[in-house]
Design a protein around this ligand. Structure first.
Ligand SMILES: Cc1ncc(COP(=O)(O)O)c(C=O)c1O
Length: 384
């Protein structure tokens, strides 16, 4: 009898070890991983350099409070900003990064309304949940925070109607992840940014899932040619060590004075040491180009094999963030079950999308083998 709250629907498998792009369960069965722990393990499992940096830091010091200097935070903040003018605030999760973003936007603009998008996902804490545009996630938790409104994604009409003198921020994912792997149109994003700029409204890009190389650039916003006012990060940043970050343009520094915001564990030394190494390894042109190339090859292999299948509605994605939309929700569950039996694990997104988020370290042969199995299973399901 479990002593855990039943707030997760858990599969009857426990992974007890991981090796590069594979997971091993308690019976010794090996699985090729197309989940990355939901977009977390971008550098795969048991990475020797990450193990080394964690062990070295663990033998020095784990934690010091944010009452003292922290050179590891300074180093990571510089790495994440690159040549852009961002300051960093560190926390422990995606929801916390989004809470910080909402607070910074409200405080710095003195306005309260936050516009987000239908089927978006920003986390489960009250601010992040209020920003999430999915009624099923709000159910039972009303009242939400006031002044959050949801408008259709990839569309301007309602956005223009809602953008007013009290709008602090527009907050969005550039590829909606949990909502069903839905990429934003580039023209729409450019127009949205221009509208916000002329309205004195901040643009918050939630890169919790799309960031840290997932879509083939370090930040998805690079490929859209935009520099958001605020970027939020978590998931892949610590490759399994819990770390989140909010990056904001330095001109907003005045809004976060001592006492405005904080976290006991945020920016702790273990997380900073690991995230620094993760960022160093991923933020390299060759690694990112390779990710984009592998993603394009995976997408075309899927399209070549599945486009004609009657149960496949759409195949889309950027980099190694790929969605296969199926005609019925139950088909996704059936595909996940069959693939797990065959030693490949995949994810669901939205109501009927099979989501693939392999580690960025997965090589072309492994990707191709996994995709072959995915195609086989979907062909079998189409025949039933
Ligand atoms: C885009 C996005 N934002 C925020 C979150 C919440 O992150 P966390 O679960 O670390 O709080 C997620 C998690 O799936 C996400 O995909």
């Amino acid at each position: 009898m479990t002593k855990l709250f039943p707030n997760y629907s858990r599969r009857a498998v426990e992974f007890v070890a991981g090796e590069q792009n594979y997971l091993i369960d308690s019976d010794g069965k090996k699985y090729l991983d197309f989940t990355s722990g939901i977009g977390v393990m971008n550098l795969g499992y048991n990475h020797p350099q990450l193990n080394q940096v964690l062990e070295e830091q663990a033998s020095k010091i784990w934690h010091t409070p944010n009452l003292y200097e922290n050179s590891l935070q300074e180093t990571l903040a510089k790495q994440l900003a690159g040549d852009q003018d961002y300051l960093a605030y560190f926390c422990n999760s995606g929801a916390e990064a989004n809470e910080a973003a909402i607070k910074l936007a409200r405080k710095t603009t003195g306005k309260s309304k936050i516009i987000t998008f239908e089927q978006s996902f920003h986390g489960r804490t009250f601010g992040a949940m209020s920003a999430t545009g999915q009624a099923s996630i709000h159910e039972g938790f009303y009242p939400l925070l006031p002044e959050f409104v949801y408008v259709p994604y990839n569309s301007l009409d309602e956005l223009k109607r809602e953008l007013d003198g009290n709008t602090a921020a527009v907050m969005l994912e550039l590829v909606q992840g949990e909502g069903g792997v839905i990429p934003a149109d580039k023209d729409w994003i450019q127009e949205l940014v221009a509208l916000c700029e002329s309205n004195g409204t901040l643009v918050i890009v939630d890169e919790v899932q799309t960031g840290i190389g997932r879509t083939g650039t370090f930040y998805a916003s690079e490929a859209y040619g935009i520099e958001p006012d605020i970027i939020t990060l978590a998931k892949g940043l610590g490759n399994g060590f819990p770390v989140g970050a909010m990056l904001g343009k330095s001109k907003y520094a005045g809004a976060f004075q001592p006492g405005s915001h904080g976290s006991t564990f945020g920016g702790n030394k273990l997380g900073m040491a690991v995230a620094g190494k993760v960022t160093e390894l991923i933020r390299q042109r060759d690694f990112l180009n390779e990710t984009a190339k592998k993603g394009a090859a995976a997408l075309s292999q899927l399209k070549d094999n599945l486009s004609e299948l009657p149960i496949v509605v759409d195949i889309r994605g950027t980099g190694l963030m790929i969605g296969i939309e199926l005609s019925e929700s139950q088909l996704v569950g059936a595909a996940i079950d069959k693939l797990e039996e065959n030693g490949v694990i995949v994810l669901k997104a939205g109501s009927s999308v099979l989501r693939l988020l392999p580690p960025l370290t997965m090589n072309e042969t492994e990707l191709s083998e996994g995709i072959e199995k995915i195609c086989q299973v979907l062909e079998e399901l189409a025949d039933v």
